[in-house]
Design a protein around this ligand. Structure first.
Ligand SMILES: Nc1ncnc2c1ncn2[C@@H]1O[C@H](COP(=O)(O)OP(=O)(O)O)[C@@H](O)[C@H]1O
Ligand SMILES: [Mg+2]
Length: 249
């Protein structure tokens, strides 16, 4: 699904990623952990094609296709979904209308006609039911006055509707209460299947109490310094990141 080879990236001339290799197969959930400033958000932004970040070396392949030159919009249309750390408020645009537009834009890019209103409604109802989302929530203005949990609910709903091949969830550590964590975890668990893949970025092990990742990677100073299974996350929780830093020096 996603193959990253020797990825180097900079922002404003500062080198952040210094040779990241990662292989994510369909059906897998990967967690990327690491101390603040290690480059986790940079990695997710570079995969999604955010132009603020300059890829200086390496390759990113999606299902074997080199996507290095594609812009963020084209990558999204190819099935890459990145959660927003700082979601924008759009007064007057409901959760439902926003997702309708996003779906039809994606269809347009693939040369398809708009989804019919009845098909769209059916899909919205199905996904809302799957995720226990109240229909009242769907008519609210996008992100306006949303609590941390509601932001996550909206994000997971977008993910459910867009059915991306690869979802990257970059979880900020601040403001994520247990309810919000559970919404994310429940969404990931319900939406994962053998055709898609999820990369969860998190500073704390807490989220991994609710989602069992197949692989855990530790990013430190722009490199993946350790990979393992869920046990690695538990070890990190017990020993902290200093243990990794010492080992990698
Ligand atoms: N837009 C930016 N401009 C300048 N420096 C940045 C920018 N984004 C990230 N950085 C720097 O890159 C480093 C890695 O940041 P980031 O990828 O956000 O790490 P993490 O998500 O692991 O906390 C930090 O030193 C941060 O200050
Ligand atoms: Mg970050």
């Amino acid at each position: 699904m996603l193959t990253i080879e020797n990825l180097h990236a900079s922002v404003n001339g500062k080198k952040i990623l210094k040779g990241v290799d990662l292989d994510v197969k369909a059906g897998e959930v990967h967690a990327i952990m690491g101390p603040n400033g290690s480059g986790k958000s940079t990695l997710s932004s570079v995969i999604a094609g955010n132009e603020v970040y300059e890829m200086t070396k390496g390759n990113i392949l999606l299902n074997g296709e080199d996507i290095n030159e594609l812009d963020a919009e084209d990558r999204a249309h190819k099935g890459i979904f990145l959660s927003f750390q700082y979601p924008v408020e759009i007064p007057g645009v409901s959760v439902t209308n926003f997702i309708k537009t996003a779906i039809n834009e994606s269809r347009k890019a693939q040369g398809l006609d708009d989804m019919s209103a009845s098909e769209m409604l059916k899909k919205i109802r199905q996904k809302a039911a799957l995720l226990d989302i109240d229909t009242k929530f769907l008519s609210r203005s996008l992100n306006e006055g949303f609590s941390g949990g509601e932001k996550k609910r909206n994000e997971i709903f977008q993910m459910a509707m867009l059915e991306p091949k690869l979802s990257i969830l970059d979880e900020t550590d601040s403001g994520l209460d247990i309810d919000a964590l559970k919404i994310v975890a429940n969404g990931v668990n319900k939406l994962k299947n053998d055709q898609n893949a999820v990369v969860i970025i998190t500073h704390y092990q807490r989220l991994l109490n609710y989602i069992a990742p197949d692989f855990v990677h530790v990013l430190h100073d722009g490199k993946i310094v350790k990979s393992g299974t869920k046990d690695l996350a538990n070890e990190l929780e017990a020993k902290g990141y200093d243990w990794i830093k010492q080992e990698s020096n």
